[in-house]
Design a protein around this ligand. Structure first.
Ligand code: SF4
Length: 210
């Protein structure tokens, strides 16, 4: 299956998913969006009020700030894929529960495998914990780690920086390192975790971020 088709298939499954209780309160599921050949994948936590209304990730104040952060490093939202660890809004924007994270995990894993990004940026504690369990974001933010051939960089969630202004310079400093990290990741051999027959169907990936 082509990457675009796989992403569409995942979005269709997410739209009608009843694997966890979050489906009871969702208005629109938020599977994530971005180009199928994105070299960078941002992973947030879960949809908020506006995302639940529109079915799109990061469309509220945190989304505007994310756009601003991307703009500061010469990137646009259309350059990157943006997803969340849970695809339906936790009521009242509460933290996702372990059983909800576990139920939704497979969708994100399939997105990662389909997009096969060189760099994954986790935004917030819950997406960080997926790759670096038991770490403290205050200790590892901005650091890059190799996870299955990809560079994973943990950062604070833009919403956290909006709530706590003192985190803004930290988040902006971490973002400013991204172009360098992406350039380094692009020079490394491509990591492929899709089956060989699927790889043969993929057109060459465009290195089009910079
Ligand atoms: S959060 Fe994930 S697992 Fe739960 S209902 Fe939504 S799509 Fe399904």
């Amino acid at each position: 299956m082509k990457v675009e088709e796989e992403l569409k298939q995942i979005a269709q499954e997410v739209a009608v998913c009843t694997r966890c209780n979050l489906h009871y309160s969702r208005k629109k599921a938020v599977p994530g969006e971005g180009p199928a050949n994105a070299r960078i994948l941002f992973i947030g936590e879960g949809p908020g009020f506006h995302e639940n209304e529109q079915g799109r990730p990061f469309v509220g104040q945190a989304g505007k700030y994310l756009d601003e952060l991307l703009g500061k490093i010469g990137m646009k939202r259309s350059d990157v894929f943006i997803a969340n660890v849970v695809k339906c809004r936790p009521p009242g924007n509460r933290d996702p529960l372990p059983e909800e994270l576990s139920a939704c995990s497979e969708y994100l894993e399939r997105q990662i495998q389909a997009i096969n990004p060189r760099v994954i940026v986790t935004l917030g504690r819950y997406s960080m914990a997926r790759f670096v369990p038991n770490a403290k974001i205050s200790e590892i933010h901005g650091q890059s780690m190799q996870v299955k051939g990809r560079l994973v960089v943990a950062m604070y969630h833009p919403a956290a920086a909006l709530h706590q202004g003192s985190l803004k310079p930290t988040l902006e400093r971490d973002f400013s390192q991204l172009p360098q990290l992406i350039a380094r990741a692009e020079q490394a051999p491509v990591y492929e975790d899709r089956p060989a027959e699927e790889k043969q169907q993929q057109p060459p990936k465009q290195l089009n971020l910079f």
